[in-house]
Design a protein around this ligand. Structure first.
Ligand SMILES: [Fe+2]
Length: 177
């Protein structure tokens, strides 16, 4: 993995340890199935939802963010890819920079790439929760063995965890030593 520090010495992403990920995935998928048609079709990759209702029926996610990460959710989006074309290079709308993405369904062999002009600066398989730097141009790539639809959620917080994207921050495992 390349993982170079880029402009203003920020990292592209920071992996997060999440022992309750499977339960978060179950609750999120139940909500998406019951409240939306996103698993059948989605016009856009980025789908705004009634996040207050979502949080109500996703207590594991809410508790994990509040108690473990000390972050209060301000908004949640459901990110859905039905096409192997993925998502072309873009930068998310400001002002939010540090979002937290959780893999929900079929994220194996799917990747986020961050680019600086013509140069690939980082690439990561989206199988683990991560703090995500959405201010650096990025794209989603779908591998040849990936299963569709591919679903993840993106959480935004009142106080965004920007410090977790500092270039000199040790990995979670190093921090636990
Ligand atoms: Fe994005």
């Amino acid at each position: 993995m390349i993982n170079l520090a880029v402009n203003n010495s920020m990292k592209t992403h920071h992996m997060i340890e999440c022992p309750c990920l499977e339960q978060i995935q179950r609750e999120a998928l139940n909500w998406i199935k019951q409240e939306t048609d996103l698993l059948t079709s989605a016009d856009e990759f980025w789908n705004k939802i009634d996040y207050k209702h979502f949080i109500l029926l996703n207590p594991t996610l809410a508790l994990y963010c509040t108690k473990t990460l000390k972050l209060i959710i301000r908004e949640v989006a459901v990110l859905v890819a039905h096409s192997p074309a993925g998502v072309p290079l873009h930068t998310d709308e400001p002002p939010v920079i540090a979002k937290m993405n959780f893999p929900i369904l079929n994220t194996k062999d799917t990747y986020t790439e961050w680019w600086d002009n013509e140069q690939l600066i980082d690439r990561v398989e989206c199988t683990q929760p991560m703090v995500f730097n959405s201010s650096i141009p990025h794209k989603v790539c779908i591998g040849s063995t990936a299963v569709l639809p591919r679903v993840s959620i993106s959480c935004m917080f009142y106080k965004e965890p920007i410090e977790l994207l500092q270039a000199d921050l040790p990995s979670f495992a190093e921090a636990q030593e």
